[in-house]
Design a protein around this ligand. Sequence first.
Ligand code: SME
Length: 157
Amino acid sequence: MTPELASSLHAAIAAEVEAAPTPEHALEAAVRRLAASVPAYTWVGIYLLDGRELVLGPFVGKPSPHTRIPLDRGICGAAASSGRTIVVDDVNADPRYLACSLETRSEIVVPIKAGDRVLGEIDIDSDQPAAFGDSDRRLLEGVAEALARRIATRAIS
Ligand code: SME
């Protein structure tokens, strides 16, 4: 993705997230818009932290078997526990990877945080190897910040 596309998408999605009537609509809108705008994003979903587990929220793509992921499992668990974005260029070379689809080749997981508190994360899979570059990371970290502003007040432990 070019930096220009990342920045225009970020502006459009942040506006949609802010205008959404409820936090749930904001999460849905972000997922739908990301999946519709970037062909390389094969599966786009949001997990929300519930105690020591991540619970699958809205997503676009094939149903995932991983609807609840403990914090000590998967790339999703690693991103939530560290509070940092994780980019995996080749999922088959990463022992942490929990498979969702046989076609998936690369993945990015971006925590949604209020200060240091992790509320959830954006998880995106691609059927292309090494699909996620710096512009994708910046776009998704920006979307995660916009989402955090909408969901920070929800009662999530
Ligand atoms: N691949 C993730 C699991 C979620 S599915 O991709 C939807 C992981 O390793 O945590």
